[in-house]
Structures are given as structure tokens and as C-alpha cells.
Write a protein that binds this ligand. Structure first.
Ligand SMILES: [Zn+2]
Length: 102
């Protein structure tokens, strides 16, 4: 598990992370989505109604969407889901303690 930060920087842009009820902010398939990336307002919205592990994977998922937008990768939903699963598993299986030093 890792702590969900208050914001993340993606391609030099700061995305604020906000929690809410999925039905309040999710436009598409609210029953199946746990988060949303609002590119226009640099905001990643996560459902407050899901477990910690799902919050973590959803943050990675939405961050990949933001990277796809910022870096013009044009990833589709299927590719984002594959990367989400792969990156999350890599971090969980291999990275134990991260302490970045400036
Ligand atoms: Zn998605």
C-alpha cells in the first residue's frame, strides 16, 4: 500500500487529487468506474467508496490517462488497463520502500 498524495505532477502539470462519491463526478458508467481524469481542470477524481488497493490502482490508471493526454500517446482504455495492472504489480512486487532524496 502507498499513501495517496494530495497532487501528482505529470509532464510538468500538477494534477490535484480529489475524493468524492462516484456518482457525483463520474460521467461514464458510474457503476464500473472508480475514478476520472479531468484534463481541463488538471484534476484526478477518485471514488471515496472503494478500498485502499483500488484507490491505488485507480490513481495509476488515471495518471496513465493523463500521461497519454500530455504526451500525445493516444492510448485506448484497453491499453491503459494493461499498463495499470502491469505497473501496479511491478511496484507492489519489487519496490519496498521509496525514499527520494533531493
Ligand atoms: Zn480509463
Amino acid at each position: 500500500m502507498f499513501e495517496i498524495p494530495k497532487s501528482v505532477k505529470i509532464g510538468g502539470q500538477e494534477y490535484k487529487i480529489v475524493f468524492g462519491k462516484a456518482n457525483d463526478f463520474l460521467i461514464h458508467q458510474p457503476t464500473k468506474c472508480y475514478g476520472q481524469c479531468d484534463y481541463f481542470n488538471c484534476k484526478i477524481e477518485l471514488s471515496e467508496e472503494i478500498c485502499q488497493q483500488l484507490k491505488e490502482t485507480t490513481l495509476i490508471h488515471e495518471a496513465i490517462h493523463a500521461m497519454s493526454e500530455v504526451y500525445h500517446m493516444e492510448l485506448d482504455e484497453h491499453m491503459v488497463r494493461i499498463l495499470e495492472t502491469g505497473i501496479y504489480a511491478f511496484i507492489k512486487d519489487n519496490i519496498k520502500n521509496i525514499e527520494w532524496k533531493d
